[in-house]
Design a protein around this ligand. Structure first.
Ligand code: ADP
Ligand code: MG
Length: 315
């Protein structure tokens, strides 16, 4: 494979050139200058054909999503994205595929000022590993740990759309499955406001569960407060939609907790910045996650649908 020319072609399409990149593509390492009084945030995610995306997914969508899921991780920790590396394994050098991939990748990179500073290229089954780096002001990192009893629980955007698209194999242009929106601005805005945060990649129940475990607390959330899009509501019954919102994953929205005395800051983010945020429940001292329906009955999510039960979700 003509690796060098492939990298040159890729780099020629790179629309972002940051001044803090002292060495980028073309040397052995990238050398990057962190702003003063910041801490480095690093995350990496791999997408494998047939495992993490449907076989017919466009190269544009793969390029976009490979970066988007990493930016979502940076957002969850309140980091400002800055740099990325890309390890690409492909069956053969397919210039058309690569250009399409680069379009999707760099469209998003440009949106957030992310400079592709290096990577690796190998021949093999299609697999894409992106490492994204960013920074957080000293001591302002958001974590999974930190939620306290009494904190309100919020989520951004809508939940369940990507899950519906996945089970109905309805990805494509404009789909939430192929083109998740990383909540970068929200994550950065939540520094000094949220007590804990995570991005929802595996479904609300699983990912909120990580906050609860890390924070050593429990929670109650309310089914009818889950933010469901008109798209979801019009394409499936409400209980299926709620189930997808709870457990399907691939949403890449943020779930976070805020002390009641800072709730007004969330109202400000909604009103002033127009960020889509919904309150869904409350952190409690009692461990476990309780999901209540309109009648305040606890429900559990199964693949076959809801079942009323006694006890909490994890019991
Ligand atoms: P080395 O052999 O020293 O690891 P390579 O020949 O693998 O270097 O890569 C040459 C340069 O091209 C390096 O700066 C590397 O970071 C960059 N590079 C290689 N593959 C990619 C890629 N897929 N995306 C971005 N940069 C890449
Ligand atoms: Mg080298």
């Amino acid at each position: 494979m003509p690796e060098f020319s492939l990298v040159e072609r890729l780099n020629a399409l790179n629309p972002v050139r940051r001044d803090d990149v002292l060495l980028g593509i073309g040397d052995d390492c990238a050398i990057l200058k962190l702003p003063v009084n910041t801490e480095l945030a690093i995350t990496t995610d791999t997408l494998i054909a047939g495992v993490h995306f449907l076989e017919n997914t466009s190269a544009d969508a793969i390029g976009y999503k490979a970066l988007a899921v990493n930016l979502s991780d940076l957002a969850a920790n309140g980091a400002e994205p800055a740099w990325a590396t890309l390890a690409l394994s492909m069956p053969q050098d397919d210039p058309v595929w690569l250009e399409d991939f680069a379009k999707g990748f760099f469209r998003l990179a440009k949106q957030y000022g992310v400079h592709l500073v290096g990577g690796d290229t190998t021949q093999g089954a299609l697999s894409i590993t992106v490492q994204a780096c960013g920074f957080v002001p000293f001591d302002q990192t958001l974590r999974r740990m930190g939620a306290k009893p009494g904190d309100y629980i919020y989520v951004s955007g809508f939940l369940g759309d990507a899950g519906l698209e996945l089970i109905s194999k309805q990805g494509g242009p404009g789909s939430r499955l192929d083109y998740p929106v990383p909540r970068v601005e929200l994550g950065m805005s939540l520094r000094n406001i949220a007590t804990a945060a995570i991005d929802i990649s595996d479904g609300l129940v699983a990912d909120l569960g990580h906050i609860l475990t890390a924070s050593n607390v429990g929670a109650t959330i309310h089914l009818e407060q889950l933010p469901l899009s008109d798209f979801l509501r019009s394409h499936c019954e409400i209980n299926i939609g709620q189930e997808l919102a709870l457990s399907a994953g691939d949403d890449y929205e943020l779930c976070f907790t805020v002390a009641p005395e800072k709730a007004f800051e969330i109202e400000n983010l909604i009103k002033v910045k127009g960020l889509p945020i919904t309150a869904i429940g409350t952190i409690e001292a009692q461990s476990g996650l309780r999901i209540l329906d309109l009648n305040r009955q606890q429900v559990v999510v199964k693949k076959s649908g809801f079942r009323h039960f006694s006890g909490n979700y994890f019991s």
